[in-house]
Design a protein around this ligand. Structure first.
Ligand code: OGA
Ligand code: MN
Length: 295
């Protein structure tokens, strides 16, 4: 096995890389996992082209990296799910594999993925890694963009860094969807997704680097007036997602993209709503709430 790692970003050679020489379906071992983890510490986003995997293979590979999340952040009941609770359904399809109606609730909820976010920042223990496998890709559009939150931190003015340092944010899916005017939540969902607290600045346990922990799920900062908090988050997001700081992934069928949610944000881009787009995500949990992690 000869593993090759090749940077993908035009201006930044430490963000996003293509990995070849690994077969996700068969190379399920600790040695490969630690090699990948080291590459993620450096590049934060890894693209594995040509990985023809099913959900079981994807899940099994993902378990090499830590405890797994369930898809409890998806909307809708368990009985009408298209995929198992081990896999997040990142598609615009119904249980018959047909494109959802334009007004479908799950579709409108899913549009939240088009806002910059870090996965599961709305859970008290958020996501460490996400692994996203492309099964059906539309002909046009539907790219995924990734922003490097380590360089977002490094390039922040020192006085802004000082201001951010000890702030705590409230994250909820109710906030991110509210930004799109989506308010159609049941009482049960409102209870399940009530805001959780996360640090605004965090330190990566392996590299020791600081990064900004932003997400569209943020709706408030502890001890700040809400409009001021939201403006501040919006300014920081604008800074973090400047084009030079972003890698754009243009999907091919059977790409698997893996990223470190602790140091990146991502968003999906628009595509024709009548075209099928089907990606399956498995998600590895972080070790606990960010407030319990040393800064
Ligand atoms: C995700 C996600 C973006 C996309 O899978 O977590 O936000 O492009 N996906 O589908
Ligand atoms: Mn996501």
């Amino acid at each position: 096995m000869s593993v090759e790692i090749e940077p993908l970003h035009a201006k930044q050679d430490q963000f996003a890389a293509r990995v070849t020489g690994i077969n996700i379906a068969t190379d399920v071992c600790e040695e490969v996992a630690s090699q990948i983890e080291r590459a993620l510490d450096k590049y934060a986003v890894l693209v594995f082209p040509n990985q023809r995997i099913n959900d079981d293979q994807q899940y099994r590979f993902s378990t090499l990296f830590g405890p797994m999340e369930t898809a409890s952040g998806d909307i809708g009941s368990q009985s009408e799910r298209r995929l198992s609770m081990n896999v997040n359904d990142i598609s615009n399809l119904d249980t018959d594999g047909q494109v959802l109606e334009r007004n479908d609730r799950a579709r409108l909820f899913g549009l939240g993925n088009m806002l910059w976010h870090s996965d599961s920042s709305f859970k008290s223990t958020p996501a460490k890694y996400s692994l996203l496998s492309a099964r059906v890709i539309p002909e046009h559009g539907g790219n995924t963009e990734f922003a490097d939150m380590r360089s977002a931190w490094d390039s922040l003015a020192p006085e802004l860094q000082r201001e951010c340092m000890n702030l705590t944010c409230e994250h909820s899916q109710i906030y991110s969807r509210g930004k799109l005017g989506f308010e159609d939540f049941t009482e049960e969902e409102r209870a399940k997704w009530k805001p959780v607290l996360q640090r605004l600045v965090r330190r990566h346990p392996n590299t020791g680097r600081l990064s900004l922990y932003l997400s569209s799920h943020i709706g408030a900062i502890v001890d700040l007036p809400v409009p001021e908090a939201r403006l501040f988050i919006s300014d920081l997001t604008e800074h973090a997602t400047r084009p030079a700081n972003v890698y754009t992934h243009s999907w091919r069928k059977w790409d698997l993209v893996m990223w470190d949610n602790r140091v990146t944000m991502h968003r999906a881009r628009r595509y024709d709503h009548t075209s099928k787009r089907d990606l399956h995500r498995t998600t590895v949990s972080d070790c606990g709430p960010t407030l319990n992690q040393p800064l």
